[in-house]
Design a protein around this ligand. Structure first.
Ligand code: ATP
Length: 597
């Protein structure tokens, strides 16, 4: 059984400056810019139509008073009301659509990377946390990349316009206003980073909650059997509470910020009134200038609050972008190559002749700080034969398969298939030629057919039928209520251990591999299942190379060659008889029927 590696430190939050965050956010929004501009313009036109309504209303009232025909004014007012509403609704729809597209784009990008992550990266990540990044963090981009972007631009334009007009009216009063607004900016400068930190913490807590929940739901039977429901629930609640605390903290800072913005405008109003009043009294400015200035100050309220909201959104988005950026920084497998023609099963031919596997002085460790798991491992598994790997638990047998699939790279030495270093083969070609059955024979949620076709989606009904017969699953499949279209449950829980294993073998065989890697289950299968499994393996070994990590004497005795591993080294190689005669460890393992814990 593969031991869980020591927990690695969580991902460091990708440190982003204001500029890089802005650039990253814009990158997400880039594809939608025309829509965002269009939505913004529609909104502006709608507002303009709304602002024109009082003029039309005035015209209507004046007309009624003067007993003039009012049909024109009435029509204009009605058109403006409907047009304003329609334009603004349309603007909102276009912006919302752009927002959804931004989220979709981010989700496509991140999931495209996640499924190509190197196994080394996955070893140190929590799947639940990754899930929350895809589902929850991406939604935070919705507002910031669309509505807030538009608000930021329009409110900045409005602010500039109002400020320039104020400056033209009276630079001294503008100075007074600017002084008060500078005070607000100072408050903003203090609160913004705190909002960003609290949001980042809340999102991290949501990620932790996902991770804990995924761990518990992934092993719910064990959780129940261990009576750990309450403890696991408490752990989920702890993360939920932390998310709540951080969310409330962020809300507090946001409230403070909103209030200080409102206060600052009111304060400027008072200051302008006092200073302006004194200037009017001294005859420096006209009363009309003061009135106009105060009106402008009144107009300032909306753009200021919009700008503040946009800035808050920016910081919330920044927290999400940092978490999404971390995924961008993780290593992925090389880009997928075009599917090799040799894999085309429709030709009826397999992906090539049986492969020969050679390990040449391979040393390997999972991480630099961990000890060597392989130390100069040297052996050959000849093509078209069956080779069994045996040895105590932790000897490094499953690691042999992981290196063959190139989930990891050796620290030194070479892994060869037909004399070619696996590092020189295109990854897709390498994996296309290998059928890999993991020890716990994973079966995915879905129907039996979906599971069988997982590695070879183009396989025909005849090929499926043939493989079912070979894996002794034909009668079983026929007896299922919906045949091949029967759902097998989450992780195949509706199948027995032996059935799961044979489904996994059938799936691997449909790929027509040149090399079959079978990590035999350590759990006891009943006699019928064990016999069925053995017959399948013998059958497959007639036409392809099989390397099996063997835990049963019955499997080993069928092998053409046996490699005995111990503590990351190959200790002996030979046939069953040779090893019985010449290797003490093998003799001991065989005497215990090879099953090692
Ligand atoms: P078993 O028969 O119990 O399955 P094995 O011989 O297949 O054992 P491996 O799974 O190859 O052993 O593991 C060899 C060693 O590498 C073990 O000590 C294990 O703890 C360690 N190991 C396995 N996988 C990882 C990993 N992903 N990260 C770190 N260490 C690992």
């Amino acid at each position: 059984m593969r031991a869980r590696p020591p927990a690695a430190p969580p991902l460091p939050l990708a440190s982003l400056t204001l500029r890089t965050t802005g650039r990253a956010l814009l990158r997400y929004a880039r594809g939608q810019l025309p829509r965002i501009v269009c939505g913004g313009l529609l909104g502006l036109a709608g507002t303009a139509a709304m602002l024109a309504q009082p003029l039309a209303a005035k015209e209507l009232i004046d007309g009624l008073g003067d007993r003039r025909p009012v049909t024109g004014a009435l029509t204009a007012l009605s058109v403006l009301v409907v047009l304003g509403a329609v334009l603004r609704a349309l603007g909102q729809y276009v912006l919302a659509r752009a927002a959804e597209s931004v989220v979709r784009g981010a989700r496509h990008g991140i999931t495209g990377r996640l499924l190509r992550l190197r196994i080394t990266e996955l070893d140190r990540l929590e799947p639940g946390d990754l899930l929350s990044r895809v589902s929850s963090d991406t939604t935070l981009l919705r507002q910031v990349t669309t509505q807030s972007l538009v608000s930021a631009v329009t409110s900045t334009l409005a602010l500039t316009g109002v400020t320039v007009t104020m400056g033209l009216l009276d630079p001294v009063l503008l100075g007074v206003t600017a002084g008060v607004i500078a005070l607000t900016c100072a408050v903003l400068a203090v609160t913004m980073p705190r909002i960003a930190r609290a949001t980042a913490r809340a999102q991290a807590a949501v990620g932790e909650m996902g991770a804990v929940l995924e761990r518990a739901l992934g092993a719910l039977r064990t959780v129940k059997a261990s009576g750990a429901e309450d403890r696991e629930t408490a752990a989920v609640h702890r993360s939920a509470d932390e998310a709540w605390r951080s969310g409330v903290r962020a809300a507090g800072w946001q409230a403070l910020m909103g209030t200080s913005a409102g206060l600052s405008v009111q304060l400027s109003f008072l200051c302008v009134l006092s200073v302006g009043g004194a200037r009017v009294a001294s005859g420096t400015v006209e009363v009309s200038v003061l009135v106009a200035f105060l009106m402008l100050l009144f107009y300032l309220t909306q753009p200021v609050s919009e700008l503040i909201q946009a800035t808050t959104q920016f910081h919330v988005g920044a927290a999400a972008v940092a978490r999404l950026r971390e995924i961008d920084l993780l290593e992925t497998d090389t880009a997928p190559e075009a599917p090799p023609e040799s894999r085309d099963v429709s030709t009826g031919g397999r992906a090539g002749p049986p492969a020969t596997v050679t390990f040449e002085k391979v040393s390997f460790r999972y991480r630099p700080e961990l000890p060597d798991v392989h130390r100069a491992v040297d052996f050959t598994a000849p093509g078209g034969r069956m080779t069994a790997l045996v040895g105590p638990s932790g000897a490094g047998k499953s690691t042999v398969f992981a290196l063959l699939e190139r989930f990891y790279e050796p620290t030194s030495g070479r892994v060869l298939i037909d004399g070619r270093d696996v590092r020189d083969l295109p990854l897709a070609d390498l994996r296309a030629g290998i059928g890999y059955i993991e020890q716990d024979a994973p079966v995915l949620s879905g129907t039996l057919r979906e599971n069988l076709l997982f590695a070879a989606p183009d396989a025909t009904e005849d090929e499926i039928g043939e493989v079912l017969v070979r894996t002794r699953l034909d009668a079983f499949a026929r007896a299922l209520p919906q045949g091949l279209d029967t759902p097998v449950g989450h992780r195949g829980t509706r199948l027995s251990g032996g059935e799961r294993q044979r489904v996994a073998i059938a799936r691997a065989l449909l790929r027509r591999p040149r090399l079959l890697l079978l990590d035999e289950a350590t759990s006891q299968l009943d006699a019928a299942n064990e016999r069925a499994l053995r017959d399948v393996v013998v059958d497959v070994a007639r036409e392809t190379t099989v390397v099996v990590i063997a835990h049963r004497l019955s499997t080993v005795t069928m092998a053409d060659r046996i490699v005995v591993m111990e503590s990351g080294r190959v200790r002996a190689t030979g046939t069953h008889e040779e090893l019985l005669a010449g290797d003490a460890l093998y003799r001991a393992l065989a005497a215990g029927q090879l099953l090692v814990p």
